[in-house]
Design a protein around this ligand. Structure first.
Ligand SMILES: *Cc1c(COP(=O)(O)O)cnc(C)c1O
Length: 229
């Protein structure tokens, strides 16, 4: 089932790229495997899928140990500073940095290990109370502070758009994040590249691609509904 689902998502990703005049290679599809068993991830490996997203550090670490080391694990959920030690060296990209203190903790751990950790800044574009992330207005200031840290490299922005029934409702949010990304890239801040825009989930990834997403995070569309009970 997951292989067929992946093929369907892939078809829609290609169609969205075509509509937007973009090359398929500009968009990385991340299969969000949170709450799903290792066996379902293994089903996708022969199809070439290597980018997987998890929102909990413990679950990411457990799956990291069990699965092939060429998998790229994306940490997409909120990260607490006391979990930083566990995830540095395992996640290829942390999508959810939204404070200087968190970035400092990541940098300190990375210095100890002699590595640099690529991160995205999570932006709460719609200003929803319930969501993590900095506001559009705060983003540049935070990036300028994080850019001074020795072992964190800011690669772009991430957002979790509001839950909507019509994906068109999120188009303006995606467009705003794209514009901010372009504006910040033009500022050529040292140690900041701004080539990654992580936005779009099962309900709205096609609109996100049309508005410039370079990474989309699709869970339900590939693995089916999640059961949290
Ligand atoms: C769960 C999750 C997703 C995937 O959501 P679906 O609607 O199942 O595609 C994407 N991004 C983040 C940050 C998530 O926590």
């Amino acid at each position: 089932m997951v292989v067929e689902n992946l093929a369907e998502v892939e078809k829609r990703v290609c169609a969205a790229c075509e509509r937007a005049g973009r090359d398929r290679s500009e968009v990385t599809l991340i299969a969000v495997s949170k709450t799903k068993p290792v066996s379902m991830i293994e089903e996708l490996l022969p199809a070439g899928m290597r980018d997987f997203g998890e929102n909990k550090v413990q679950e990411l670490c457990e799956k990291y140990e069990e699965l092939p080391k060429d998998i790229r694990w994306h940490l997409i959920g909120h990260l607490q500073r006391n979990k930083v030690k566990q995830v540095v060296g395992k996640a290829c990209l942390i999508h959810s940095v939204d404070s200087l203190r968190l970035a400092q903790a990541i940098s300190a751990e990375a210095v100890k290990r002699g590595c640099t950790v690529p991160v995205l800044i999570e932006v709460n574009v719609a200003g929803e109370e319930s969501k993590f992330g900095v506001s559009l207005e705060e983003t540049e200031g935070l990036i300028r502070e994080i850019a001074k840290l020795p072992a964190v490299s800011v690669q772009g922005l991430m957002t979790i758009a509001p839950f909507v029934t019509d994906p068109e409702e999120n188009r303006s949010h995606f467009a705003k994040l794209k514009k901010l990304c372009v504006d910040l890239k033009r500022k050529n801040i040292d140690n900041v590249t701004m080539n990654v825009l992580s936005m779009g989930m099962t309900g709205d990834y096609e609109v996100a691609i049309e508005e410039g997403a370079t990474m989309i995070r699709v869970g339900t569309g590939i693995f089916g509904e999640r059961n949290y009970s």
